[in-house]
Design a protein around this ligand. Structure first.
Ligand code: TXA
Ligand code: MG
Length: 320
């Protein structure tokens, strides 16, 4: 990717002025602010419509910068950082006292990650500090994976969008807490198997519903389109078929020849979980804008490499 240095310089000066800059990452676009500027952080919460108890992830230029943001960093953090940064892994560590509590939603811990995107890294290096960035969507809505999605979500409440193309991973980072024994708080771009390989043991997995209460900022309805979304075993087993209400579908197979006229849009999803994740949020937006009254999504295979996708679909769904 060719780096537009004037765009990086512009984004840097805006961050230094306490403005909000949407940044491309490999997972989703983030709504970035200077992580040490409490007023700028306040603006992030306002722009998203997000409760102030919901902590932000602080993005860093490299692993070495961890010592400026966290304390009591265990050996495991360096090991994971070495294996996965830059990349879609967020580590939860005890927060450094210099970090304002508003950046961590009043937590004594902090979420840190080095994103794997050339423009994000160029910006972080040029800015020289940490960038607090939640996903650049309105609270509980679908995370943006293109600059257009950011505009659609946030309009004028973001001062500048650093355009870095579509996100390659497409779903958010995996979050691992290292406050105690390693524990996965959110599934994402790095699989549990990959973590196990590096750690030498399986991290505990804060799975499904119980986690939603204990992890700040992970409410059960999240990443959601505005239309009702139902996960079904087979898309032609439409539970509302008899009502003749219009609907749209995302499924693995082709659109059936004898599809009813109330079917408005049929998206054929990839059967490769890497590609499915990359396309998921853009497809959910298309389905949300399609003429249907509700959305049916065919359940992906119940296999470990689809877990992060199952998690996002459940949060997007009405049946969850
Ligand atoms: O891939 C990603 O992680 C994207 C890109 C922009 O980096 N960011 C992202 O941020 O997904 P956000 O704000 O949408 O989700 C961050 C989540 C919070 O909702 C919370 O669950 C968790 O990270 N988190 C952050 N700091 C935490 C902490 N100190 N303790 C527990 N959970 C924390
Ligand atoms: Mg988010």
């Amino acid at each position: 990717m060719i780096i537009d240095h004037s765009a990086i310089a512009h984004a840097t000066s805006l961050l230094k002025e306490g403005k909000l800059v949407a940044i491309p990452t490999e997972t989703v676009y983030g709504l970035g602010a200077d992580a040490l500027n409490t007023e700028a952080i306040q603006k992030v919460y306002t722009a998203k419509g997000r409760p102030s108890t919901n902590p932000l992830i602080i993005h860093l230029a490299n692993a070495q910068a961890m010592i400026e943001w966290a304390i009591d960093i265990p050996e495991m953090a360096w090991k994971l950082a070495k294996a996965f940064w830059p990349g879609p892994l967020t580590l939860i560590l005890p927060k450094h006292p210099r970090v304002p509590f508003c950046a961590t939603g009043n937590q004594a811990s902090i979420g840190l990650r080095v994103p794997n995107h050339p423009l994000a890294l160029a910006l972080l290096n040029n800015f020289g500090g940490g960038i607090a960035a939640p996903s650049a969507n309105r609270y509980r809505k679908i995370s943006p994976t293109t600059p257009e999605h950011v505009r659609e979500e946030l309009g004028n409440s973001v001062d500048y969008i650093l355009e870095g193309g579509p996100c390659q991973v497409g779903i958010e980072s995996t979050i691992v807490s290292l406050l105690d024994t390693p524990r996965i708080l959110r599934q994402g771009g790095i699989s549990a198997e990959a973590l196990t390989e590096v750690l030498g043991f399986k991290p505990s997995n804060q799975d499904k519903k119980p986690s939603l209460i204990q992890v700040p900022g992970q409410s059960d309805v999240h990443y959601a389109p505005s239309k009702p979304l139902y996960i079904v075993d087979k898309p032609d087993q439409n539970p509302f078929y008899s009502t003749q209400r219009s609907y749209s579908v995302m499924a693995f197979g082709p659109k059936p020849q004898d599809a009813p006229s109330c079917l408005s849009t049929w998206i054929r999803a990839s059967s490769d979980p890497i590609i499915y994740a990359r396309e998921l949020y853009a497809y959910l937006r298309i389905l949300d804008h399609a003429p249907g009254e509700y959305i049916l999504v065919e359940s992906p295979p119940l296999q470990e490499n689809w877990w992060a996708i199952h998690d996002r679909l459940k949060r997007a769904s009405t049946t969850y």
